[in-house]
Design a protein around this ligand. Structure first.
Ligand code: ADP
Ligand code: MG
Length: 626
């Protein structure tokens, strides 16, 4: 029988560090939280080489007594809770007492601190968990903590670190979250001797948002407040004319803590239903205050997720507050002045808008909008890829026209006004679906396009055709090696079944070739740190599950091509216009125009027909002409 042994405290700390300290940004988060908990009014962060070389955080908080320094870096030692009951009335950001111990275990660690009333401070060094005795030193009131050479003694972890730029992206994100949650504190962030942010304390939250994310974001915000339920809700939501291809700009703060919550994210999706295109996500900054005993914050290693006592009520309150606000807001007013081209000023972060459905559709419209020239009487694709432009209004026109009165997006069927551009004089706003001059097809039931060819009448399934077009385009891109990979600002943990997790981890190499980086995260959870940019509007869990299905269904390992093909199908299906989407004349033109460009326009990638032809002969026969 194998012998059972108690693990050494050093090993226990290393294991704990694996959960809490995943990368430099986790150190920054934990140390910032400690400084906030210490009541600091000023916190300065200094980082070298994305945090892999140095992370230093200094604060002017309450400090730590000299004789307590050693305890502070001991695991499960905390000043923040005393009894199990305290766990259900957490008023601080930390409470587990394991952050400092974990960080000190995997770095060269230095802690210098002086309590408010103390005449001198003290200093303590820990090298990979080996603690030196504390020694007195002169220093200002407050605390300075330094972690150098993170993971130098855990080479595997060190290997998991990404480029300086990627790690710095995560650090700025961790910094921004805390700086957003605490506008009353002066924060600064410096990287490689360069100042990235200096944020004086302010009462103007929108101002702080502007400094972190840019004017364009801040200017599009709508104030919301709601007290009609268990939550005191305050904050801003962006006008739908500003959106993102993922939900990373949805900042929710619960009792001063940044959280991710699937149910609340869903509520946001519902609130914006009909206002944003498929695949687009709202931008929000919302603070939720609840009684501490109505929420369990002890359910996630980094406290990113929480459990509400009554999540249904919170969900409903958020949704109804936003809906009520939207109904009383004129969302059209800004449509002409705002565009959707970024506004993210987070430094060292990949801010390119990912390729997503919206961009693809915008391009579609752009192509269609090119005026016919003498030698090309019809609309055609430009020789150069469409350039970034002020948004062409698909989203805007949604905001103009379709305010959802019910939950059913499909039922949102308000005739929309013409695109935001100038209208030809004398021409009434064309009700969509009516063939006017230049429109090569009639849209019926918001799902079929009817057009005429020499042969007869063609009925086209708009979704199936668009899907086919996108598929062909993507395949071409992929064959040219242009599938772009995008690193996630915050790697996404995806929980799978044990079999799925094993299959994914076995195929790490293959996934990497597809631009998807996965790593084990403990248990049946895998961490997705990058994936193809074009998949930005597909949730990582959805993506992995679908690919795993392919991996495991055949019984033998599928080759790269099969998986790539699967990816392309997914992208094109997700990005294509849907049945139920009302199309503008330009969109119809573009679709019909490009129909001829695809190799197989008769079938969507799933094999369903994209079009049915009723020959003239058949029609003549049916009408008993022949
Ligand atoms: P936790 O925050 O969960 O209590 P940590 O390991 O992060 O655990 O910190 C351990 C203890 O060290 C804290 O409870 C706190 O008393 C003290 N401490 C850590 N950082 C600071 C700081 N910047 N200022 C004052 N005290 C601190
Ligand atoms: Mg802490």
């Amino acid at each position: 029988m194998p012998e059972i042994r108690a693990l050494s405290s050093s090993l226990v700390n290393k294991i704990a560090a694996g959960e809490v300290i995943e990368r430099p940004a986790s150190v920054v988060k934990e140390l910032l939280e400690n400084a906030v908990d210490a009541g600091a009014t000023r916190i300065d962060v200094t980082v070298e080489q994305g945090g892999s070389q140095l992370i230093r955080i200094s604060d002017n908080g309450c400090g730590i007594a000299a004789d307590q320094l050693a305890l502070a870096v001991t695991s499960h030692a905390t000043s923040k809770i005393r009894s199990a009951d305290d766990l259900f009335r957490i008023g601080t950001l930390g409470f587990r007492g394991e952050a400092l111990a974990s960080i000190a275990e995997v770095s060269q660690f230095r802690l210098v601190s002086r309590e408010t009333d103390a005449t001198a401070g003290a200093e303590l060094e820990v090298n990979a968990g080996e603690m030196e005795p504390a020694v007195p030193c002169g220093c200002p009131v407050g605390t300075v903590i330094e972690a150098r050479n993170l993971f130098f003694n855990t080479p595997v972890r060190r290997k998991f670190m990404r480029t300086t730029q990627t790690e710095m992206g995560h650090v700025s994100e961790a910094f921004s979250r805390i700086a957003l949650a605490h506008p009353d504190i002066h924060f600064s962030l410096q990287h490689n001797q360069r100042s990235l942010f200096d944020l004086p304390a302010t009462k103007d939250w929108q101002g702080r948002i502007a400094t972190l994310f840019g004017r364009e974001v801040a200017d599009s915000l709508i104030w919301v407040a709601g007290d009609d339920g268990p939550v005191r809700l305050r904050g801003f939501v962006a006008n739908p004319s500003l959106s993102r291809g993922n939900n990373r700009m949805q900042y929710l703060f619960l009792n001063g803590r940044f959280i991710r919550d699937r149910s609340l994210a869903h509520a946001l999706g519902e609130a914006y239903r009909g206002l944003l295109m498929t695949g687009r996500h709202s931008v929000v900054f919302l603070r939720l205050e609840v009684e501490p005993e109505t929420v369990d914050v002890n359910v996630h290693p980094t406290k990113l997720e929480v459990r509400f006592q009554d999540s249904g009520q919170v969900y409903r309150q958020l949704l109804s507050t936003l809906r009520a606000r939207f109904l009383s807001t004129d969302l059209t007013a800004r449509a002409d002045s705002v565009n959707d081209s970024g506004g993210d000023v987070m430094p060292a972060t990949d801010t390119r808008e990912p390729h997503h459905a919206a961009r693809q559709r915008e391009q579609l419209v752009e192509w269609a909008r090119r005026p016919p020239t003498a030698d090309s009487p019809t609309y055609g694709p430009p020789a150069e890829p469409a350039k970034e432009q002020a948004s062409l209004g698909l989203e805007f026109s949604r905001a103009h026209a379709s305010f959802p009165s019910s939950d059913e997006r499909a039922a949102v069927d308000v005739p929309r006004s013409h695109e935001s551009g100038p209208q030809p004089s004398g021409e009434p706003p064309p009700p969509v679906g009516v063939t006017t001059a230049g429109c090569p097809a009639l849209q019926v039931h918001n799902r079929y396009l009817i057009t005429e060819t020499d042969e007869g009448v063609v009925v086209i399934d708009q979704h199936a055709l668009h899907e086919r077009i996108l598929y062909e385009e993507l395949r071409e891109k992929m064959e040219a090696g242009e599938l772009e990979t995008q690193s996630l600002l915050v790697p996404e943990p995806v929980r799978l079944t044990p079999a799925e997790a094993a299959a994914v981890l076995d195929a790490t190499e293959l996934f990497h070739e597809l631009g998807i980086d996965v790593a084990p995260f403990g248990g049946d959870t895998v961490l997705v740190s990058s994936y193809p940019a074009m998949l930005a509007n597909i949730r990582p869990d959805e993506l992995l599950k679908q690919l795993v299905e392919k991996l495991t269904s055949t019984g033998q390992s599928p080759d790269r091509r099969d998986l790539l093909d699967e990816l392309l199908h997914m992208i094109s299906c997700k990005a294509a216009i849907k049945a139920g989407d009302r199309l503008s004349r330009e969109e119809i033109s573009a679709l019909i125009e490009r129909r001829g460009l695809v190799q197989d326009s008769h079938h969507c990638p799933h094999g369903r027909p994209t079009a049915l032809v009723f020959t003239r002969e058949e029609l003549d026969r049916r009408f008993k002409r022949i």
